[in-house]
Write a protein that binds this ligand. Sequence first.
Ligand code: FES
Length: 167
Amino acid sequence: MAAGVEDKEYVAGSTWTTRRSFFTYAGWAIFLGTTLAFVAKMFSFTGFFFPKVLFEPSKKFPVGYPADFPDHSVVTIKARRVFVERDGNDFIAISMICQHLGCAVHWTEEKGVFECPCHGSKYYRDGVNFAGPAPRPLYHFEMHVSDEGKLIVDTSQIVERDTVLTI
Ligand code: FES
């Protein structure tokens, strides 16, 4: 009889202990899983440690050596959205951005003008507007020669229209 009671207590205790252990382990597993997921989320994104900014290319950039530009030419530097014009030893850099609503103008060699495909604005070779809705001339940018002899355009510096780089 005593052995039976012991067996019964043992069985009952064993079942209760097993169930409690299960929920204890399950609780710890959920807790640790949640904690690890939170820590992983915090530290797995490297962007967490860096400011949320856009990295833009420098506004001051080389466009090539003077000899790369034929005399009396308009060269399109599409990636930088500028035109570089050469007349003899004089160089100027003109913005590709239309002064109406910001479309990219293109150089039309046969007409000798800049034309905007969006609303028809036109500009003379020196960037002065003469047709269409553009309210003002194209911007001219500062140019200088680097120590290596390359032409540098600085689109952060707008200069007067009669400013030229003479080399
Ligand atoms: S954006 Fe060039 S004419 Fe309108």
